[in-house]
Design a protein around this ligand. Structure first.
Ligand code: ASP
Length: 320
């Protein structure tokens, strides 16, 4: 059984002499060398993709990563693919790949919160558990996974919940898909791929999509700045509500032909469709022709970007 390890940087690949000012310096071979137990489980081939802290990772790099993963999927010697990345935007990259990749070779993302030069780094254990997960043949077709702290999550649902704790990746509302107990992969829910996949035209991929969280009495200028953009993603309060004072700004944005994609700023739950009718409620958003998203704001922006690059905005989101 062989696994392709794609190294992109992040804390898992960062070193420093005193634990501070760590920078991504290690490559995939270094990461593998830190986990001697890998030799009992798989033959690992390392692919050096980048050595960046994840906040520097771009949408173009996400598209390139999809291409590399698709290539590896056609290699009969590759049984599983593990991508290591910084945790900060890992959920966005994993979701981007999930939206674009429908190959049969399992893919898992992982990383670390504690770099290899501090006490008890978590990267080696996360890497080993990820390898075990992609080699597990009982998963069916789960879509892209995120494996962290011995839990397995769907890329679509997982989010980084804690800025520093190693127990940072969680799936709000539904919990993880599975766990790794003593090296044994145990699925607790039937993992299913819930999304269509999108063939993007890389030249049509744009980062010109604004992502804004609605707040009490927010300044409308936060929205009108999106008037000349490719899209506005808005995390509304509660079940899909905004202050009535920003409705004119939303009308201007939509009137300018900019797609408006709305989600909730609540960590759990989805937008209402027919509960409230006040100005600024879900009824207003529907009158504006808003697309409804049921993933968090940062993933809503990824989905919008992918859908635009695939010319399939109407397939990507419902417009109740
Ligand atoms: N703190 C981050 C990490 O966990 C840095 C990054 O995202 O690259 O890797």
């Amino acid at each position: 059984m062989s696994v392709a390890l794609i190294a992109t940087g992040g804390t898992i690949a960062s070193t420093s002499t005193d634990g501070a000012d760590a920078e991504p310096e290690l490559d995939g071979a270094d990461l593998a060398a830190a986990v001697p137990q890998l030799g009992d489980v798989t033959e690992l081939s390392a692919h050096e993709f980048s050595k960046v802290p994840s906040p520097q990772f771009t949408l173009d790099q996400m598209a390139d990563l999809v291409t590399l993963i698709q290539d590896l999927n056609t290699n009969p010697d590759v049984d599983g693919i593990v991508v290591t990345q910084g945790t900060d935007i890992l959920e966005e990259t994993a979701y981007f790949v999930d939206l674009c990749y429908d190959g049969a070779t399992p893919v898992a993302f992982t990383g670390a919160m504690r770099n290899p030069s501090v006490a008890s780094p978590d990267g080696p254990g996360n890497l080993l558990s990820s390898v075990r997960t992609v080699l597990d043949d009982t998963a069916g077709d789960p879509g892209v996974l995120v494996v962290f702290n011995d839990r397995i999550h769907a890329a679509r649902d997982v989010t980084k919940m804690h800025s520093m704790n190693t127990d940072t990746f969680r799936t709000p509302e539904f919990g993880p898909l599975g766990v790794i107990d003593e090296g044994r992969v145990v699925w607790m829910r039937t993992p299913t791929r819930s999304d269509p996949t999108f063939d993007i035209v890389p030249e049509q991929l744009t980062n010109d999509i604004h992502a804004v969280t609605a707040t009490a009495e927010m300044p409308p200028a936060q929205l009108t700045i999106a008037m000349a953009s490719a899209g506005l993603c808005l995390a509304a309060t509660g079940a899909g509500h905004v202050p009535d004072s920003i409705v004119p700004a939303l009308e201007d944005v939509v009137g300018a032909g900019v797609p408006l994609v709305v989600t909730t700023r609540c960590p759990e739950g989805r937008l209402a469709r027919a509960t409230y009718g006040f100005r600024g409620s879900e009824a207003t958003l529907q009158d504006l022709g808003a697309f409804y998203s049921d993933v968090n704001l940062q993933k809503t922006r990824i989905r919008t970007s992918v859908a635009i690059a695939a010319d399939r905005l109407d397939d990507a989101f419902e417009r109740p």
